[in-house]
Ligand binder design. Sequence first.
Ligand SMILES: [Zn+2]
Length: 291
Amino acid sequence: MSPIEAKPDKAQMLCVSIHDVAPATWPDCLRLVQAIRAVADIPLTWLVVPHYHFRPERSAAMEAGLGAALARGDELALHGYSHLDTEANGGGLRARFLRNVYTRREGEFAALSLDEARRRLALGLDWFAERGWTPSGFVPPAWLLGEGAWQALREAPFAYTTTFSHFHCLRGGPVIKSPSMVYAARNRSGRWLSPKVADATAAMLADSPLVRFSLHPPDARYPELMRHTQRVLEKLLARRSAVTKAECARRLAGEESVTGGVTSGGPSSHLPSSPDPSPGPVHNAASRPWC
Ligand SMILES: [Zn+2]
């Protein structure tokens, strides 16, 4: 690679997010961040779940850590309220498979009514406000958004949301196709295959304005995944600027001429949004996230 090619292109962005941030996952979240910081001092987006799995724990250490992260330039985004899909079964086979098998009932916003989605967004925003935090992004658990949730989101004060395959600027901004790089850590075949799929995704998106890398707490328990994360970050950061998702939304909203996979308009029909609504060759089962 020549020096010119290695120069970061400000127009090309990398968003790294830490999913499922909660007291129960906090030690693993810290391990993830430690692995990232060992190779790259970059801004991160922490996806925080206020009442994760309805567990009772509170963590002053986590809240202090998140406050410090915010102060250093990271972003805190709302990632559902409980991260659990508590609604009754319904819909077609595909929807039931997504909710029950594929995401193991973690897609909290997959089947909520408009009123219930509004209520849970409000609970989440209240939790943030009690700590003096104002999230500008909402990422649905399991990247699943039903129609009620989409409607509630359109009314809520968020600048963006993301599904597995797209980055949606709300408030009339663009929608970018950007399948997330993600590991399938819960079984051996997934740990073997998903880094390869992530590499293929990065290669496929080489000329795209945005690459997303989503890390989950269980990833931290596998050194091979953390080593892969570090290699990927070093490679991507040779050409891209790391930004929070909030900053990405700001740039996209102000730079509609950014090339590569940008479509106009907001969310249209999503019942619910699949983690992979338009599967391509690199989106095989091993790459698919569950939370
Ligand atoms: Zn999640």
